[in-house]
Design a protein around this ligand. Sequence first.
Ligand code: ZN
Length: 386
Amino acid sequence: MATTLFRNARILTSTRTLERGWLLANGRAIASFGEGDAPDFEGASIIDSAGSVLLPGFIDVHVHGAVDHDSMDATPYAVRAMARFYARHGVTSFLVTTWTDTDTRIQRALDNAVACVGPQEEGATVLGVHLEGPYINAEKRGAQREQDVRWADPVEALRYLDTGIIRLLSLAPEFEANHWLITECVKRGITVSVAHTASTYAHMQKAVSLGLTHSTHTYNAMMPLTHRDPGTVGAVMTMPQIRCELIADNIHVHPVAMNVLYRAKGVEGVILITDAVRVAGLPDGEYTLDDRPVVVKDGAVRLPDGTLAGSTLTMERGLKNFIAATGESLDRLWPTSSLNAARAAHVADRKGSIEAGKDADLVLLNADLEVQLTMAQGRIIYRSGV
Ligand SMILES: [Zn+2]
């Protein structure tokens, strides 16, 4: 069983910051931690982390692809390649995220995720699936495929749920035809999110009463907040039941709007996501995404008509942007990149914070918030410069 000792790190534990701390990972779990000089643990490999900060590994609950692979490829090879790329960016676990497509292709992606779930070699762990669409509103589809948008058909949707792999499901709750699915997901412990939607405040009141608790890439592809009509945005900002995903890439959302969301929701109400697609990790240029041409320029991914088609964001950059947008410290904001996502995915009993007994899912960042080391369940899955 591998044993690793981190020493001389600032450590952001669930209850307080250890200014010069040590942490022992034994097997897959966090064994113990403390302040000051580390005790002598025989046989432990030592990582000296002077000047660095150790925090819970990032959890990305909304991510489609990277390095020329995505979830809809539906191959173990694609998932492994994605998992390795995310590990380099501090991610220790993620939800394989599907998008609006034909039944056959969605089913294939789900079956592949069932086959892949769990730890990946030198990569982040697959927790399960985020089913984004196809039960959305075509008018707010963004880059989702219009011809495959539909209402939730019980035969099809129950077959998806019966795979047991879905942890988060994004739909448009303004359609009564989708209401049964909210209820069914809640019964099965699957988090339901509002997404690609024209929902009004009243629609959202109904959806929350049915058990919806999550907002997919808040601000994007939903009704905006205005002073006479609070829209979807006004609803998710003010309803305490809802946690709000945010793409903090300074492209999908203006930094001031990020700060507004933070002021409304507080630190427990925001979940940083990347919504990264298969061009993440590739240089600027012209690519094909889901059979359609896209242009990647300065990190923005767009269809020919200018519509944003996912991102090339990575979690450590999102966190850095969010810190800059809010003026808050990492010590305060760390739950937005781990714990809140763990709660949404129902894995907070073992992931998302630094506590003895929880999984040793950790990321070590330098002063510029660059990833130096990523550890998932006690295994080092990425290391650079320490
Ligand atoms: Zn997405």
